[in-house]
Design a protein around this ligand. Structure first.
Ligand SMILES: NC(=O)c1ccc[n+]([C@@H]2O[C@H](COP(=O)([O-])OP(=O)(O)OC[C@H]3O[C@@H](n4cnc5c(N)ncnc54)[C@H](OP(=O)(O)O)[C@@H]3O)[C@@H](O)[C@H]2O)c1
Length: 283
């Protein structure tokens, strides 16, 4: 039985990927407790121990404001760690599925971004993920870069959970109204990643839940699904949100390559939000 290695297995997406593995699939999930991926010895020892035939690389430094404050840490954890893994994959002929982000784009395009659009990140997180993408493409032939967006799910800090926690605590909700994206449920993306790793797709592909919305629309849908619709939302401009980081305001990812390759589109974001809240949120 061939083995698939999941990095970042204690993270929000990585844990969903491990949990969603096809029946009978041999899976090895590694976390920071198994070693720091910025240290080349970690990848070498992990490959020596498990000889994976494929890797789904979910580990990353995902604190966007943290990346802005410490761009070197962003580059180390995102670009360098990915390059070390890709190097190991190249030496052993191992397929790599690398998780990337809409943040490689500025968000200035009116239309959804296609895979072939030229990346133009506007913050250190996006720059570090783009550097990682470039390392993967340079070192490997058998790779797939999966860009996704606005992830939420159990076991991680994310916008949907933050909104619900604040509403439950009776805290005021100021929400950005001019930032748009496709909220994506980790337990919808994870099965798609298992299809992706087994596929012959190479290069880059965009996978998100279907449809898109503003942050205010997402907050309202989450509150409605949680039975907290009477919670007030104060819409604000992203420029008024206290953050050191410039964020892409309209980096919607076009999913047509994934669908045209014969894979099922992920369900509409509204259904996924309702499912997440029904399954994981109790009042
Ligand atoms: N969250 C989103 O909205 C979003 C959107 C688009 C793309 N993505 C991408 O999707 C992937 C998964 O995101 P996520 O939200 O699930 O992230 P997450 O919850 O922050 O999980 C990432 C995991 O990686 C681990 N990690 C980071 N640096 C490491 C290192 N040097 N060595 C070993 N482990 C390390 C972290 O461990 P520690 O906690 O100990 O650091 C954490 O458990 C990432 O590649 C991210 O860039 C995320």
């Amino acid at each position: 039985m061939s083995t698939v290695l999941i990095t970042g297995a204690a993270g929000m997406l990585g844990s969903a990927v491990v949990e969603s593995a096809p029946v009978g699939q041999d899976v090895v999930g590694v976390t920071r407790a198994n070693g720091d991926l910025t240290d080349g010895d970690t990848a070498r020892a992990t490959f020596a121990a498990h000889a994976p035939h494929a890797v789904i690389h979910c580990a990353a430094y995902t604190d966007v404001d943290g990346c802005t404050r410490d761009p070197q840490r962003a580059r180390r954890n995102n670009a360098k760690a990915t390059a070390l893994l890709a190097q190991e994959c190249a030496e052993r002929g191992t397929r790599l599925v690398f998780l990337s982000t809409d943040y490689v784009f500025s968000g200035a395009k009116a239309e959804p971004y296609k895979e072939g659009d030229t990346p133009d990140p506007i913050n250190p997180y996006g720059e570090s993920k783009l550097a990682a993408e470039r390392a993967v493409a340079e070192l490997l032939d058998d790779y797939l870069i999966v860009r996704t967006q606005w992830l939420y799910g159990p076991g991680g800090s994310n916008f949907v959970s933050a909104i619900l926690n604040r509403a439950q605590a009776g805290e005021p909700l100021q929400v950005v109204e001019d930032e748009f994206g496709s909220p994506t449920y980790t337990f919808d993306l994870a099965p798609a990643l298992w299809l992706a790793v087994a596929s012959e797709l190479r290069g880059t592909v965009h996978i998100t839940n279907s449809g898109h919305c503003s942050r205010v629309e997402l907050a309202a849908a989450a509150l409605q699904a949680a039975g907290l619709a009477d919670t007030g939302i104060e819409p604000i401009a992203s420029a008024d949100w206290p953050s050191p980081t410039a964020r892409p305001l309209h980096a919607i990812l076009d999913n047509s390559r994934w669908v045209q390759a014969g894979y099922p589109p992920l369900r509409p974001w509204q259904e996924a939000v309702e499912d997440f809240i029904a399954t994981h949120f109790s009042r």
